[in-house]
Structure formats: C-alpha cells, structure tokens
Design a protein around this ligand. Structure first.
Ligand code: AMP
Ligand code: MN
Ligand code: MN
Ligand code: MN
Length: 281
C-alpha cells in the first residue's frame, strides 16, 4: 500500500536562514513521510537545483518555491511563490533587487547594537549566515544566543529585533505589486505566507487580502507551522470568502528552532481548494 500524500510547501535551507543544506532538508522531509515538497528560501532560489535532485532520488514530487519579503502599507509581509520558471529573467532580477539591501540593513543593525554597548554583532551574525547575501534577523538571534545573552532566538526577537526595539532597523522591501508581478511573469502562483503572524487589524487584513486578490494572488496558507487550530478555522473562513486556494507548509528552519517539523501538520479543511490543484504536478 502506498503512503498517503503529505504536502509541505514552506521550508528553509542554509540558502537563507535555515540550518540544513537543501539536500538534507529533502532527506529529512522524505524520512518524515512528505510526498510533495517546495523549498521556499527567503528571496533566493539557489537551493532549488540541489533540492530538486535530492527529491528526484527519493521519489518526492518537488515544486519550485521562494518566500519573498515585501511591505504593504509599511507592514512587513511574506509572499510565497510556487511553481515558477526559475530561469525567468524578470523574476530572477526581481529577487536580486530584494536581496541587495540585506547586507546594508545588517550593517546598520550592527551599528545599532554597538550604540547600546553590544559590539561585534554584525560580524557574529555573518558567521551564522550560510549565504551572506541572505543575512537575516534569524542569524542575529543565533549569534546573540551563542554569546549567552539569551537562551532562545525568540527571546532575542522580543527584546531587540522587532519594531520599537533597539536592534530593529526599518527596511524597504519589495512592493506587493512588484513581487506578484515577478511571480506571475514566471508562471508561478502567489500565496500569502503565515497570515496570522502579521500585526494587522482584521480590517487591514481584509484590505490586504483584497489588494492581493486584485493583483492576481490566488492562495493563502491556511495550515502552517505557526497557526493554532483557531487560526486554521479563521483563515479557512477567509479563504472561502475571498475564493482563495489554500496552502499547507511547516515553515521549517531547523531541527530545534521550528514551530513544527517537516510535514507534521494537520490536513487542510476538506472543502477548501488545495493550492496544488493550480500547479502542473
Ligand atoms: P528578516 O527576513 O531578516 O526580517 O528575518 C525574518 C526571519 O526571522 C523569519 O523568516 C524567521 O525565520 C525569523 N523570525 C521572525 N520573527 C521571529 C521570532 N519572533 N522568533 C524567532 N524567529 C523569528
Ligand atoms: Mn526565516
Ligand atoms: Mn516568513
Ligand atoms: Mn518562512
């Protein structure tokens, strides 16, 4: 008897702020029973060839993925792109433009820490970055845990790395329209990542989802690592109201740091249209 399908369309490798190289993410997913996987590194697609090859060797269906950092009305939001042509020039150029500001932002974060008496933080964070161009707040958090300042990365976020805290630096990410334009030009499907994680009022969330839909966005993550059972019910309702397809993804970053492991998630509510129906798989 074959095992049941298990879709995980959101996870990270060392190409962004994950802790495992792409092939190891795939091997772990296979071991946990994932049958269909998308690797969705932040703003970078360099891990896709290695992940695709590892997936083919293990009999997993692999889907190209990326998680693009955007801002909408000043709020940082993440949009997952799935099933795109990774060689499309406009798409590739778009991702280059999102990445380009990260090192500069990281230097300014280092300066902000130095100003409150914590030196060497930029260099320390860089040592954790498998891909220096993708230096992320997650690498800063790992460095500050390593120095003994806090026990868990999430404590570093709470005290230093979120808006209003001393290590947070404002950054201009891509616009929603630009990111969806790149994904669609490359033949992909755009998905709102982990909608419950944003600091939006319910009115703002509805306006954001309306803008996303007007720009051709087709899906939202309903089941994801950071969603509680109540979040799943809430975003399933919004998916029905906006006629969105629904996605499912762990947002796995590494064995100890993640909300849940690869593929270890509830099923999508049965009446929703799964996002994989929009993909050529
Ligand atoms: P950045 O793209 O540099 O703004 O960093 C965002 C990344 O930091 C996310 O993709 C997560 O991996 C991580 N992150 C964000 N918020 C938290 C948090 N509260 N606790 C732990 N990690 C977080
Ligand atoms: Mn991340
Ligand atoms: Mn995200
Ligand atoms: Mn993610």
């Amino acid at each position: 008897m074959s095992s049941p399908a298990n879709f995980d369309f959101h996870c990270h490798s060392t190409v962004s702020d994950g802790l495992l190289p792409p092939a190891e993410v795939v091997a772990r997913a296979a071991g946990l029973g994932v049958s269909h996987l998308a690797l969705t590194d932040h703003d970078d697609i360099d891990g896709l060839p290695e992940a695709r090859q590892a997936a083919e060797e293990r009999g997993l269906v692999f889907v190209n993925g990326v998680e693009i950092s955007i801002e909408w009305e000043g709020n940082p939001i993440h949009v997952v792109g799935l099933g795109f042509d990774a060689r499309h020039p406009g798409f590739v150029e778009g991702l280059v433009s999102v990445r380009s500001g990260r090192v500069e932002r990281a230097r300014r974060m280092g300066d902000a820490f130095a100003a409150i008496g914590i030196p060497g933080v930029f260099e320390g964070a860089m040592r954790h970055a498998g891909n220096p161009l993708l230096i992320s707040r997650a690498h800063f958090a790992r460095h500050l845990v390593e120095t003994g300042l806090f026990k868990e990365p999430r404590n570093v976020f709470d005290h230093y790395l979120v808006p209003g805290k001393p290590g947070y630096v404002e950054h201009r990410w891509a616009s929603l329209g630009a990111a969806l334009g790149w994904i669609h030009a490359a033949g992909g499907v755009a998905v709102v990542a982990h909608p419950a994680r944003y600091k939006l009022s319910s009115g703002q969330m509805r306006r954001f989802l309306g803008d996303f839909k007007d720009l051709g966005g087709q899906a939202i993550e309903v089941v994801c690592g950071s969603h509680s059972p109540d979040h799943i019910l809430h975003y399933a309702r919004l998916a029905r109201q906006f006629a969105f397809h629904a996605s499912r993804g762990s947002d796995f970053h590494g064995p100890v740091e993640s909300y849940v492991d690869l593929g270890c998630l509830p099923a999508l509510p049965e009446d929703l249209k799964p996002v994989w129906r929009l993909l050529d798989i």
